[in-house]
Design a protein around this ligand. Sequence first.
Ligand code: NAP
Length: 264
Amino acid sequence: MTESSKKILFIGAGRMAQAIIAGLNKTDMTIVASNNGDAKRLEEVEQKFGVMTTDSWKEEIEDADMIVLAMPPEAHESVLKEVELFVKDQFIVTLAAGIDPTYLEAKLPEGTPVAWVMPNPAASLGKSVSLYTLGKHVGEHHEKMLEALLDSIGSSEKVTEDQVHALTPITGSGSAFIYRMANSLVTSAIDTGVTEEKARKLVADMIHGAAAMLQTGEPPKKLIDQVASPGGVTAAGLEVMDEGQFDQMMQDVVTACHIRARNN
Ligand SMILES: NC(=O)c1ccc[n+]([C@@H]2O[C@H](COP(=O)([O-])OP(=O)(O)OC[C@H]3O[C@@H](n4cnc5c(N)ncnc54)[C@H](OP(=O)(O)O)[C@@H]3O)[C@@H](O)[C@H]2O)c1
């Protein structure tokens, strides 16, 4: 069996599962999607992606090569209790915040290969930057399967379990913080008299360009200096950010995410 003819079972068929299915669907992996009983959602998934769906994942688990847990963190405990009964050598991958390999290995039979992937919503455009980390029993063939999944939704970085926890507020939640800033800039643009559509396009194009500049590898500080000449217009705006302790606020934002993740 080639890597591309593996069978992947999704438990959870929401936004993130669908983003991954959209990418994986371009490979010839066999995809089966299931969920918590929302029949309408499964029907939509079947129609949109032409993949198999089932209202009983237990019937599809036995010959699955990889099982993707694409459901909320709080659903994991009860679902893993059931998955545990069926696991032989299936590779179990979770997408859920806080559900690390240490947790999965403790809930599953000794020797089960597990991984934790932290994608972001840009997965739906094939532009996620995903963090991932592997459990103790993952072999080369498992990693290859996972790479196919990760490649289908964007770029990825293999890091340690602790780093996935630590970096989730940045690569996982980070886009929301950019959108928050974008929303303010769109409002300011509309105030100048342009249409909302135009305002959104201007801001999106500006962020796209800024991201492209960052991707050249230049440090952000140097890029700031390129835009802001001393005493100039942009410098006046940056001074307001300094007065509002923007950098401290962003650190507090990341810390708040860590605290919430720990308490969930
Ligand atoms: N969305 C993101 O940007 C993002 C980013 C990184 C990580 N994640 C993680 O990805 C996971 C899924 O997120 P999502 O955004 O796709 O959520 P979502 O759109 O709310 O979908 C959740 C899915 O989980 C299913 N589900 C819930 N409880 C279940 C259970 N007990 N058994 C089987 N299926 C169950 C739901 O079933 P029904 O269809 O029957 O309701 C639904 O299909 C979460 O753990 C989240 O932390 C999401």
